[in-house]
Design a protein around this ligand. Structure first.
Ligand code: AMP
Length: 618
């Protein structure tokens, strides 16, 4: 347990557990705590600097990692080694990102469109979890430096629309950074807490949280009842934000000065200089009516009215999302009690006015819109630390619950600290052709490999009808009831066969053991995540080998001798490296095999498609 010493922020020497709140943002991240003396949330900042840390990671030639302002400065000069917006990659496959590929100036590896993306820097591959882990590690170190005390526990915020995989990825990133992530909370929930909403047990309210940041827009409709937040609807645009406002200004000036988009596109330095001036103009026009500056020979002017005309279509787009979110929640503007503004771009007066006019009431904008999410996360952290005596803590699971998947990996279904009761279902499939049974092994713990966790039970789902691998649909559901009893059910949905068991996860488990398991998960986080990514690479490699072998066998007469020869060589190369324990080398060989087989795979697909079309009457 960490203790707070005497230091500039805390100002005292009270002994208590330090849990920080972290807003892990797409563009910027920041950390907040509850000031122990003032009992108010405050963001952490180094003397005289901003609390915002750019969410940018740079890798030097020697693979040293630089995070924050210093990394951001290298975006233009070292685009391939400088990674921004890692949050957009969390839990995503290449297929998910394909349409937005031009947004990223670094290399996103596309060896297998279905599996999770990796970023390639030189000959190294980084998962989004590792990238976010570097940012969190930096935030942790900064916080420790400012507070002069170790920081090991955190509450981290995520967008309300993040799915289970994205939330788990964020937890893993925290673990990798040496943080025990006590809870993942929704950004709009954190913003509401910062405004004091949801802290009174008898409060019933419906809230709209309008969040326009640098690159993303989210609208969330929340319902608070008896201290519980429920997300009724979310909407937004993950590629709309302050950057687009800057671009609109920049294009306007380029047009006035007869600079073609091609000329700007080919002169990155000039484009960047214009972009910075555009952002400066936008910010200044939030407080004044007129902007005037010079860039080389160009006179740059803009009035607030002109700015409003330029950004009107973008703001209107956000209002369309608000309309949709309300409709999805089955509500009208009259049902909304409170509107909260989040994100730096809500400082634009026209944005505030348009939102207030739409909802027919003044908006809450008294807190710094860049900081409000982190401040709310700090409030949640304080509640979890048991410092807020007015707040009743709901019963939660002390350890994660999950099942064993391929390669001995732990797949968490109920993350630790989930409120009880809770339930979740997830679908799995068979690995082998004709497989008629499936072993379901249930584990408890925080480690990535089940062998390091506590086994609770095991049973077999039998009677699955024989079918090709991947066709069976086995749904595993976990129901943890209010008495702490876990019901695990497995059902094959096509045939209807099912089986279930009951276990009591807390039975025979002392508080000390729980603590030990948590500590072990943090100390072994790095090797665990490395092992996990190695096992995942090995599984992906094995699947690719199996699929390619079947494909070759079935289409032997359509593939040239030379292609077959090259493919077999690539397969042998991959087979030889699977057991090597070198994840990057496996990914390289996977990419090579994909490159070799792509031409004939595409040729055959084309042919199959043509044949199918020819057989169809349109
Ligand atoms: P966030 O992602 O929430 O940190 O938001 C950053 C965005 O807010 C960037 O696009 C900034 O240009 C924008 N921003 C910051 N301050 C202002 C301001 N005073 N007026 C308008 N936009 C601002």
């Amino acid at each position: 347990m960490a203790k707070i010493g005497t230091n500039p922020v805390t100002g005292g020497s009270q002994q208590q557990e330090m849990i920080v709140g972290i807003d892990l943002g797409t563009t910027n991240s920041l950390v907040a705590i509850i000031h122990p003396a003032l009992r108010q949330p405050v963001t952490l900042r180094e003397f005289n600097s901003s609390a915002l840390v750019p969410s940018v990671v740079h890798f030097t030639e020697e693979s040293t990692v630089i995070v924050g302002d210093n990394a951001r400065e290298l975006l233009i000069t070292h685009p391939r080694q400088t990674i921004y917006s890692a949050k957009r990659l969390m839990g995503k496959s290449y297929n998910d990102l394909r349409e937005k590929a031009e947004y990223f100036s670094y290399r996103i590896h596309d060896d297998n469109a279905e599996s999770l993306v990796k970023v390639q820097v030189g000959s190294r591959f980084y998962s989004p979890i590792e990238l976010s882990g570097y940012i969190l590690r930096d935030l942790k170190a900064r916080a420790e430096h400012i507070l002069k005390t170790p920081v090991s526990k955190a509450v981290i915020t995520v967008p309300a629309y993040f799915n289970d995989a994205q939330r788990q990825a964020t937890r893993d990133a925290g673990k990798l950074a040496g943080l025990d992530v006590l809870r993942i909370i929704n950004e709009p929930t954190a913003a509401s807490l910062a405004y004091g909403l949801g802290l009174k047990p008898d409060e019933d309210k419906t809230i709209a949280v309008y969040d326009l940041g640098g690159g993303t827009f989210d609208i969330s409709i929340l319902k608070i009842s008896k201290g519980i937040f429920e997300v009724l609807a979310t909407n937004g645009d993950t590629y709309l934000g302050g950057d687009d406002l800057d671009r609109a200004i920049m294009e306007h000036w380029a047009w006035l000065h007869e600079i073609s988009p091609e000329a700007l596109g080919s002169n990155k330095g000039l484009a960047q200089a214009f972009r910075l001036k555009a952002e400066e103009a936008k910010k200044q026009l939030s407080v004044t009516d007129y902007y005037d500056a010079r860039l080389h020979n160009y006179e740059l002017q803009l009035t607030r009215e002109q700015l409003q005309e330029l950004i009107r279509p973008l703001v209107e787009k956000t209002m369309e999302s608000c309309r949709k979110a309300l409709a999805d929640a089955g509500l009208t503007v009259r049902d909304i009690d409170t509107v909260i503004m989040v994100g730096g771009s809500t400082r634009v007066p026209m944005v505030k006015e348009t939102v207030a006019a739409f909802f027919g009431k003044p908006v809450n904008d008294s807190l710094n819109p860049d900081e409000v999410v982190a401040l709310g996360a700090a409030i949640q952290a304080d509640i979890l630390a048991g410092n807020n005596k007015d707040f009743l803590l709901l019963d939660v699971t002390p350890l994660s619950l999950g099942i064993e998947t391929m390669g001995g990996l732990m797949d968490v279904l109920i993350p630790r600290n989930s409120k009880i009761p809770c339930s979740i279902a997830r679908s799995y499939t068979t690995q082998k052709d004709g497989q008629t049974g499936m072993k379901i092994a249930v584990y408890q713990g925080e480690r990535d490999l089940v062998k390091d966790n506590r086994k609770l039970a095991e049973f077999n789902l039998t009677g699955i009808p024989a079918m090709p691998a991947g066709l069976a649909k086995v749904q595993i559901s976990f129901l943890l009831n209010a008495d702490g009893i876990l019901v695990v059910k497995a059902a094959e949905l096509r045939s209807g066969v099912e089986q279930s068991i009951e276990v009591k996860p807390q039975y025979g488990l002392s508080g000390e053991e729980v603590e030990q398991m948590l500590v072990a998960s943090i100390t072994h986080a790095k090797e665990d995540i490395q092992t996990r990514s190695l096992v995942e690479a090995q599984t992906e490699a094995q699947q690719l080998l199996d699929v390619t072998a079947t494909f070759l066998e079935k289409n032997v007469e359509m593939i040239s001798e030379e292609e077959q020869q090259r493919t077999r060589e690539a397969m042998n190369g991959l087979q030889d490296i699977i057991g090597s324990g070198n994840r990057d080398a496996i990914h390289e060989k996977i990419a090579y095999l994909n490159d070799v087989s792509r031409p004939f795979a595409e040729r055959l697909m084309d042919k199959a498609l043509k044949a199918a079309m020819a057989g169809k009457k349109i």
